[in-house]
Design a protein around this ligand. Structure first.
Ligand code: 3PG
Length: 390
């Protein structure tokens, strides 16, 4: 691909697609700034190169074709202006052209307010392409979507290049999945085997040890013949769990923390019990790894040379259920291995214990991270490759 870092951008209008799809609380405050923070060096580089900078992104999943306040990029605009220490303009009407001078940063309002964005509409893509001299795809987190602002625009822009964030993401993932240093350990947590099945299968072919946590571990616990009580698990996927265990070393819980409280009563101080997996009662629910399982996972992680992490080991949002995930997260942070972490919940866990600086690479991708791991082609990257060849 053509890289933005190699281009002369002096006096050029540069349109950068970022993934500013950040989580917001009810007051519109950004609750994790990982994605905006990752976009800022790209914007700064374009400014240093003398460009007039237009930035576009989606936020959330609004009804297409209509403006809605709660999906405005305004909070991200404010944050970026603060970090750049410069005025940043939010532009609502941009499809027929935007005035921009070298040194200016203009953020185009949520691209999903435009009719045709998600369908990768050609007319819309051409309008976006006409806004710039150079289009830069930098939104790794949205690279798995073939939409007008990620894919179509790259087809029609005078020049289409990859931004430094996208390049870094692809390099880091390539390092972890291409020819990784062994042993390779993957930790896959989260609630369901069904939503991570493709990832588990892909990992089973690459890794030396696969550690599963959360509801995924529960299905493996059940596959070993244990009672899982009220726990979240998927009975129909027990054969899949057994198949994975037959070909790969899969580590799942041998002891667990359980609760008898109903979901609506869960709190930071919920009462839990620790027990072996053969002691779980019908009225109990597994909500975390037990200490023995967490210590075992930590030990495996410490002897790894490459660690890939996606998904928590328990319901870590509540302190009472967070210990297993914390032990695993800290082991990853302390390990000498090349470590890469991705996915929304995983980023929230990294934030909770402030470990971002201790992990070799924190990916901004959720769905894109998983699709890459599964070995799927990212359409917004593929079009850049095609343009570079043409
Ligand atoms: C994400 O959060 O994974 C990306 O920003 C893509 O968002 P989407 O799933 O709404 O396309």
């Amino acid at each position: 691909v053509i890289k933005m870092s190699d281009l002369d951008l002096q006096g050029k209008k540069v349109l950068i697609r970022e993934d500013l799809n950040v989580p917001l609380d009810d007051d519109g405050k950004i609750t994790s700034t990982v994605r905006v923070d990752a976009a800022i060096p790209t914007i700064k580089l374009a400014l240093e190169k003398g460009a007039a900078v237009l930035v576009m992104s989606h936020l959330g999943r609004p009804t297409e074709g209509q403006y809605e306040d709660k999906y405005s990029l305004a909070p991200a605009v404010e944050y970026i202006a603060e970090k750049l220490d410069a005025p940043v303009r939010l532009e609502k009407d941009y499809l027929d052209g935007v005035e921009a001078k070298a040194g200016e940063v203009i953020i185009l309002e949520n691209v999903r307010f435009n009719e045709g964005e998600k369908a990768d509409d050609e007319t819309l893509a051409k309008k976006l392409a006409a806004l710039c001299d150079v289009f830069v795809m930098d939104a790794f987190g949205t690279a798995h979507r073939a939409q007008a602002s990620t894919h179509g625009v790259a087809k029609f822009a005078p020049v289409a290049a990859a931004g430094p964030l996208l390049v870094n993401e692809l390099d880091a993932l390539g390092k972890a999945l291409g020819k990784p240093e062994r042993p390779v350990v993957a930790i896959v947590g989260g609630s369901k085997v069904s939503s991570k099945l493709a990832v588990l299968e892909a990992f089973s072919k690459i890794v030396d040890v696969l550690i599963v946590g959360g509801g995924i571990s529960n299905t493996f616990v059940a596959s070993a013949g244990h009672e899982v009580g009220n726990s979240l698990y998927e009975e129909d996927l027990i054969p899949e769990a057994q198949r994975l265990r037959a070909t790969t070393e899969v580590i799942f819980a041998t002891d667990v923390r359980t609760t008898k409280e109903g979901f609506s009563d869960w709190s930071h101080t919920s009462k839990t019990e620790t027990k072996k997996v053969n002691e779980i009662q019908a009225d109990e629910e597994i909500i975390d790894y037990g200490p023995e399982s967490a210590a075992k996972a930590a030990e495996i992680i410490k002897s790894a040379k490459t660690v890939i992490w996606n998904g928590p080991c328990g319901v870590f949002e509540f302190d009472a259920f967070a210990k297993g995930t914390e032990v695993v997260a800290r082991a990853i942070a302390e390990s000498e291995a090349f470590s890469i972490a991705g996915g929304g919940d995983t980023l929230a866990a990294i934030d909770k214990w402030d470990l971002a600086d201790k992990i070799s690479y924190v990916s901004t991708g959720g769905g894109a991270f998983l699709e890459f791991v599964e070995g799927k082609e990212l359409p917004a990257v593929k079009i850049l490759e095609e343009r570079a060849k043409a």
